[in-house]
Ligand binder design. Structure first.
Ligand SMILES: [Zn+2]
Length: 217
């Protein structure tokens, strides 16, 4: 009896990791989520793989940015929902082609500007990359940096997005013969990851594999 009460008090103050990280109602089925929440995720099925027609670039998007996952990504990014790195990273890791992952040298993430980092206190994509690095034993790549404070992309046209992000990223090491996995959360126009890719390639990176958790359309 006493132990039951203690457990209830404990659960009140500490997050109970046995329950779904999305709904907190059901027991975990896999990826830190219950079966209902897993079943509600919608696999992204729009053909995007070769939209830039580049041989040393592979891009994949896992789910549609809709319903539960949309709300949870917002919580993850804007409301200190750091605990959500666990289900998100686990979903991404399960999706990854393990044979291709073997060949990867580093795991990179879409960087935030210094201003945004101070404002939010963390880079959510970096949190994902760190978790995936733990699963895969591949080192994190810290040398992709955002050197320009860009405007929020939400209300910009495709062309404006491209101009906004021009020269926004910088890599300060040589990447000859290196293969990089680049993690992003939401894919909208693709301009952000493409600008990151261009900078990695400018530093002679041999292959860039972009994986985005969600795609807007
Ligand atoms: Zn659930």
């Amino acid at each position: 009896m006493i132990s039951d009460m203690l457990k209830k008090i404990f659960d009140l103050f500490f997050y109970n990791e046995n329950y779904c990280f999305f709904c907190k109602e059901e027991k975990i089925y896999k990826n830190f989520l219950c079966k209902n929440c897993i079943d509600r995720l919608i696999k992204y099925d729009v053909e995007i793989y070769n939209d830039y027609d580049e041989k040393n670039l592979k891009k994949e998007i896992i789910y549609y940015y809709k319903s539960d996952i949309k709300n949870k990504i917002r919580e993850f990014k804007f409301k200190d929902g750091i605990y959500l790195k666990k289900p998100f990273a686990s979903l991404i890791y399960d999706f990854l082609d393990k044979k291709l992952l073997e060949k990867i040298d580093y795991i990179a993430y879409v960087p935030s500007s210094k201003k945004k980092l101070i404002l939010r206190g963390y880079n959510h994509c970096k949190l994902l990359a760190i978790e995936i690095s733990k699963y895969s034993n591949k080192p994190i790549f810290e040398n992709l940096k955002k050197i320009k404070n860009t405007k929020s992309q939400h209300f910009l046209s495709l062309e404006e997005r491209r101009i906004n992000l021009k020269n926004a990223f910088e890599v300060d090491v040589d990447l000859t013969k290196k293969k990089i996995l680049l993690i992003d959360d939401i894919h909208t126009s693709g301009s952000t990851v493409y600008e990151c890719y261009k900078e990695l390639k400018r530093k002679n990176c041999e292959f860039v594999w972009i994986v985005c958790l969600c795609g807007v359309m």
